[in-house]
Design a protein around this ligand. Structure first.
Ligand code: ADP
Ligand code: MG
Length: 699
């Protein structure tokens, strides 16, 4: 082991310098992302055991993990379904049974009546007395050591690395840190910390070696000030990296667009509706951005059906009016197709040609589309991720629109943006749209590199969808309900959900349902759409449904996004228990678009899991995308809700996006001040918390 001068920075000391760390152990530590002493010091316990005091047996409650002492009264082998050793101990306040399934003779002998024991384990309710199953125990001898001085930290470990070994390493690191041999600068000036928050050193030492009188419940909930201090620092580092990403984007030039002109006015006038106040406000924000000489980076959030497409179309038109192309990317073929049709219907009458590009285009059609995009005869292009393939060359791209952004990775979004980078270095403007409404503070973290607009209003005349959950044992009743609705001239969707992630099986299920429904409802006009049909077949079925030439559309979840038929007022979702809240909400958004009262039947296959029961409950109770998203966040956590963007961008070690929401306002303020007044602290903070993930921020 080499020696270091006083206070060598912790991030410069590799773990291999610690006693007992050879190449094999180092490899295992790497699995925990521990390379240096700094990493070890930031490797925090996820819970604690209290071995600091001895509890009277009479005071125990099931569920607690405690140290007890007592005298063995009785030890006997029981032959139930399994052979086991039961040892009854007592300390005068009460008695408790130790239960062992694995034991040898020597062990049994050692537990003979009269022996005094100290045990540690989880208390469970047993038969006549409380019990501990396979506790750690020792015989009490005269010069028995005291109980532990600190709470015992339990760290995340990995295969081949036992807790005691890891604890020893962390102890070595802590000793050197406490002794001042290892430097770990506190990178946040105290003035930037929220009131009452302690410094780094105190927080770290408290977390690794908590004194016995600390409130354990605070730790469990992550609410201890020491935990909050570190969560704050981690969130701050992420916030800073996103802000830098944004600053970097700001440094690129963009072609400022002219204010919206004649064509925009014509389109607005030709619509069969007027924009809602929320749409107008968001459009104004977009139009303002588009006139700037730096690229717009705006995220528009709005619930299903709030009318994001027309807002995007008007933004595209502003680009066209300045002689620049616009591209709009959607996550699925069906949605791209739907957008293509909406945009063509709006823009073609103004003489603006719209091209479209998906993976399923025939070779000839594809060549034509590519040529139109390259020559600039098509000023607007709509498509799936096929839009950013290599052969696609834009004449001059001014605006990139990404719909349902949570379905794309950051890389895909950036790839499309790269297409628009001109020889002179100008970058296209970017408009990103999502129907996954996440709480504002969470958005501040997850999308800190974007400006945020919210369309918080639905067009008038939308009626809340009445939702019921029914077991599939009552399928016939549900079918009768479809018959009644259609007899009244309404239309219905019958949605078959994903089975085992297989599109093929899902389509099969839809075909089976179609067959059954056709047999039971012979007087209805029924058709099928699913992902494996040819685009023309799909389009034909959807068109017929739109023109009310069909009563019932049996579909897979392909109709989740984009389908818009106001007369459809009933939706049946089969196996609704398999879907997540976001997807259920998206699906249900297909009804409730007209003036008639709409309903949605969530058919499920019992028994329901606790989570599924909660999901269906939320759907019954609310039509509000924000409420549903908040609940979704609670049930699944931000990682899942934010989708692919999460991976790589926001893998948090200590902070919890949801739990630590209350910190976000202060994090934002601190990020701003740090950049202004303490720019030198920024780099080390990013290094400490993002490490090798840093380069991600440079894309
Ligand atoms: P989403 O925000 O879910 O993408 P869409 O853009 O698909 O919603 O809009 C849903 C439907 O509402 C479309 O038929 C659209 O034409 C219509 N719509 C959009 N804005 C308005 C409005 N201001 N008034 C009435 N209908 C509108
Ligand atoms: Mg949409």
């Amino acid at each position: 082991m080499s020696t270091h001068n006083a206070a060598t920075p912790a991030h410069q000391i590799p773990v291999t310098e610690l006693k007992g760390v050879g190449p094999r152990l180092a490899e295992r530590l790497e699995k925990l992302h521990i390379h240096t002493l700094q990493d070890l010091l930031f490797h925090l316990p996820y819970r604690y055991q209290d071995r600091t005091r001895i509890h009277p047996i009479g005071s125990l409650r099931p569920g607690s993990e405690v140290v007890i002492e007592g005298e063995v009264q009785l030890s006997e082998i029981k032959f139930g379904r399994r052979r086991m050793l039961l040892t009854r101990i007592s300390d005068g306040t009460g008695s408790l049974t130790l239960r062992f399934f694995h034991f040898n003779n020597a062990q049994k002998e050692g537990l003979s009546p009269g022996t005094r024991l100290r045990c540690f384990g989880e208390v469970r309710s047993g038969g006549a007395t409380l019990e501990m199953v396979h506790p750690e125990y020792r015989r009490i001898i005269a010069e028995m050591s005291e109980v532990e001085e600190h709470l015992t930290p339990i760290y995340p470990t990995t295969e081949g690395l036992q807790m005691p070994g890891l604890r020893k390493l962390i102890d070595q690191a802590l000793d050197r840190y406490s002794a001042g041999e290892v430097g770990l600068p506190d990178l946040i000036p105290p003035a930037l910390l929220p009131a009452g928050m302690r410094g780094l050193r105190e927080s770290l030492l408290t977390l690794h070696r908590p004194p016995p009188d600390i409130a354990l419940s605070q730790f469990v909930d992550g609410e201890h000030p020491a935990q909050q201090r570190l969560a704050f620092e981690e969130l701050l580092a992420h916030q800073l990296s996103l802000r830098l990403l944004r600053q970097q984007m700001r440094r690129y030039p963009a072609q400022p667009l002219a204010p919206a002109g004649e064509l925009s006015a014509q389109l607005t006038a030709s619509l069969p509706f007027t924009l809602t106040a929320a749409q107008s406000r968001v459009l104004a924000e977009i139009r303002h951005d588009l006139q700037q000489p730096t690229p717009m980076q705006r995220l528009v959030q709005g619930d299903v059906g709030c009318g994001k497409t027309i807002v995007a179309a008007l933004a595209a038109l502003q680009s066209v009016e300045s002689g620049l192309q616009a591209a709009m990317m959607a996550p699925t073929e069906l949605l791209a197709e739907q957008h293509y049709r909406s945009l063509s219907a709006w823009l073609a009458p103004l003489g603006v040609e719209v091209a479209w590009l998906t993976g399923k285009l025939k070779a000839k059609e594809r060549r034509e589309m590519l040529a139109a995009i390259e020559e600039g005869t098509a000023m607007v292009a709509v498509g799936t991720h096929a839009l950013f393939q290599e052969e696609v060359v834009f004449k001059r791209l001014g605006l990139v629109v990404v719909d349902e952004q949570h379905r794309f990775g950051v890389h895909q979004r950036l790839a499309l943006r790269e297409k628009g980078v001109q020889q002179d270095g100008t970058h296209p403007h970017q408009l990103i749209m999502t129907a996954t409404p996440i709480p504002r503070t969470l958005a501040m973290t997850a999308y800190a590199d974007l400006d945020l607009s919210i369309i918080d209003e639905l067009p008038p005349g939308r009626t809340p969808v009445e939702t019921v959950a029914i077991t599939d044992e009552r399928r016939e009743e549900v079918i009768a309900r479809v018959a009644t609705a259609c007899a009244e001239g309404r239309q219905a969707y019958w949605v078959c959900t994903l089975i085992e992630e297989s599109e093929k099986l899902q389509c099969q299920a839809a075909e089976d349902s179609l067959e059954q429904l056709c047999a039971l409802l012979p007087h209805l006009r029924i058709a099928l759409v699913h992902g494996r049909m040819k685009p023309q077949e799909k389009a034909a079925a959807m068109d017929a449904f739109k023109r009310a030439e069909l009563d019932l559309l049996v579909a897979t979840t392909v109709i989740e996004v984009g389908v818009d038929v106001p007369n459809a007022s009933l939706m049946i979702i089969e196996n609704a228990e398999r879907l997540g809240l976001a997807q259920l909400h998206q699906l249900r958004g297909r009804v409730g678009r007209g003036s008639t009262k709409s309903s949605c039947v969530l058919m499920y296959h019992p028994p329901l899991s606790q989570q599924a029961r909660e999901r269906l409950g939320v759907m019954r109770e609310s039509n509000d995308g924000f409420v549903i998203a908040r609940k979704d966040l609670e049930l699944r956590g931000p990682g899942e809700v934010l989708g692919t963007r999460q991976t790589g961008m926001l893998q948090l070690r200590i902070a919890d996006l949801q739990r630590d929401q209350p910190l976000m306002q202060d994090v934002t303020t601190a990020a701003q001040l740090l950049l202004q007044a303490y720019p030198r602290q920024v780099e080390p903070l990013l290094q400490r918390w993002l490490g090798e993930k840093r380069q991600y921020a440079n894309v």
